[in-house]
Design a protein around this ligand. Structure first.
Ligand code: NAP
Ligand code: MG
Length: 486
């Protein structure tokens, strides 16, 4: 990336105002579909994070925000949902340009972003405490209270959705927020913050500081005056976030990706399963933490399944957002290199390619396009069977029986999602209950889908839950009042 010192087009968003980064520096924003610079964002740093955290602290403790009822907070969230829907076309175009994804995917993402604010707008005044039976003469209620200031570090794969996913529940319970979006794609979070101000969120409740991870991100995660940090991204940076949180004795949620398996038994309905499976690894060019990137197939059905998946894969095409094909480019030159590194090492190891899609004719030469690929049979010890590629790459592995399938499904460090495909309901349920993952689908799979559904990892996929009602617990803490009345 290139850093300049010209005036930023999009600055840091603090107290509902735009300002340049204090350093005066900017970062070029590159369109993945052609590799060209099309915008500049502020290169926020420590000083900007400091201002944002101060603004959030003031908003969390004085002014209108802490005095609002839960219903009033919910109404603001709902209003923002409507504003997002009203501006969906513009937001989808911005998201598609910034990330390279096909327009249909970008449109679906904006619908999902709005849905986060709609869901948590409705949920804001439904979170309640309990009363605890205690000694005679005592009355003991509990209440859920906000932490105060929450920090949010989000990745580039679904910027608009991630913005909604991480701040909507935090706001619903009454926190003030500071968000550090990914420098590679942050234009929709910046625009959404502006829409939030239009919806009426008070100054300091939503602050967005774009900038590099090692500057703005590190400054936010280690800031002594934040009360909680939510992170989605790579396991390596997740470690740094957890260390920073530990030094400040605050909690964190980490969502660190996966190598999620589809477990496909011979009796599965392939007409239903195959299109879903293929889509879960091609969606967003495979840059989805919950991508179903391993297809585990009962050996007796292996050839039949590979044949069916191949037919579908061979028709897939990568293109620009406007071409609106099956997938777009990957996010950056670096990510393309990373995916191609897997290809080179697979070639060295002689892992067979089972099928390959194509890059559409006429795409700009500078775009970061990768033709989608299936490898299979992938040896169990190969990195394609165990490591997250974060690209449009499906690994197929055969299994022998139910126990073998469970062992294989659980045979990576990750545990984010899984899909079980079988017409035998008892078996599907047995396997689903033995697979270690935060979400397990049976005869369905929704990479990234379902705002209502608690989502997060087991094992090295991280900890904590976002989405659903569960996120309201994650972004709040419990206070117990012990009242003696006799
Ligand atoms: P990453 O570096 O972990 O980025 C995630 C977020 O963390 C970005 O906002 C990033 O900022 C920020 N960050 C980076 N270094 C930081 C630091 N030292 N302190 C605080 N924040 C920091 O992920 P990536 O480099 O973009 O992608 C690398 C790999 O991570 C991918 O190939 C994929 O395997 C995985 N990944 C997973 C997910 C997921 O949804 N679980 C999402 C994205 C990536 P900048 O980007 O501005 O530097
Ligand atoms: Mg990065």
């Amino acid at each position: 990336m290139n850093i300049h010192t010209t005036k930023p087009a999009k600055g840091v968003f603090i107290n509902n105002y735009w300002a340049p980064a204090q350093s005066g520096q900017t970062v070029d924003v590159i369109a993945p579909a052609d590799g060209m610079v099309f915008a500049k964002i502020a290169a926020g740093g420590k000083a900007d994070i400091d201002r944002a955290v101060k603004a959030a602290r003031a908003a969390a403790e004085s002014g209108p925000w802490p005095r609002m009822t839960a219903t009033e907070r919910g109404r603001l969230l709902s209003k923002l949902a409507v504003l997002i829907a009203d501006n969906a076309e513009e937001l989808a175009k911005l998201e598609a340009r910034d990330t390279g994804k096909p327009m249909k995917q970008a449109k679906a993402d904006i619908v999902a972003a709005a849905r986060y604010f709609e869901f948590y707008g409705g949920a804001a005044d439904k979170l309640h405490g309990e009363t605890i039976p205690f000694l005679n003469g005592y009355f003991v209620p509990t209440e859920r209270v906000p932490f105060g200031v929450t920090g949010h570090i989000i990745p580039w794969n679904y910027p608009a959705q991630m913005f909604g996913r991480t701040i909507a529940p935090a706001l619903a319970v009454g926190n003030a927020t500071v968000i550090k979006p990914a420098e590679e794609a942050c234009l929709t979070p910046l625009r959404l913050a502006e829409l939030a101000a239009e919806a009426g969120f008070p100054e300091g409740v939503i602050n967005v500081v774009p900038g590099l991870g090692e500057d703005a991100g590190a400054a936010l995660s280690s800031h002594p005056d934040i009360d909680f940090i939510a992170f989605t991204g790579s396991p390596e940076v997740g470690t740094l976030i957890q260390i920073a949180a530990a030094k400040n004795h605050i909690g964190c949620t980490l969502e660190l990706g996966g190598k999620s398996p589809h477990v496909l038994f011979a009796d599965a309905d392939l007409d239903v399963a195959v299109p879903v499976i293929v889509n879960t690894v091609v969606q967003n060019a495979g840059q989805t933490c919950s991508a179903g990137s391993r297809l585990l197939v009962e050996r007796s059905a292996y050839d039949r399944v590979v044949d069916s998946v191949q037919k579908k894969f061979n028709t897939l095409q990568a293109g620009t957002p406007e071409m609106d094909l099956d997938l777009g480019p990957v996010i950056s030159a670096g990510q393309k290199k990373r995916v191609e590194g897997f290809f080179e090492r697979a070639k060295e190891k002689g892992v067979p390619i089972a099928a390959e899609g194509s890059v559409a004719k006429g795409v700009p030469a500078g775009g970061y396009f990768v033709a989608p690929r299936i490898y299979g049979p992938v040896p169990r010890s190969n990195e394609l069977a165990t490591n997250e590629v974060f690209g449009p790459v499906l690994s197929i592995l055969p299994f022998d029986d139910e126990d073998d399938a469970i062992g294989l499904a659980n045979g990576t460090e990750f545990g984010l999602m899984a899909g079980i495909w079988s017409k035998d309901g008892s078996r599907a349920l047995r396997v689903a209950r033995h697979v270690k993952a935060g979400q397990v689908y049976v005869n369905a799979y929704g990479a990234g889908g379902g705002i209502e559904l608690p989502f997060g990892g087991m094992k090295k996929s991280g900890h904590g839950r976002e989405k659903g009602f569960e996120a309201l617990y994650e972004f709040s803490t419990l206070k117990t009042l012990i009242i003696k009345h006799d």
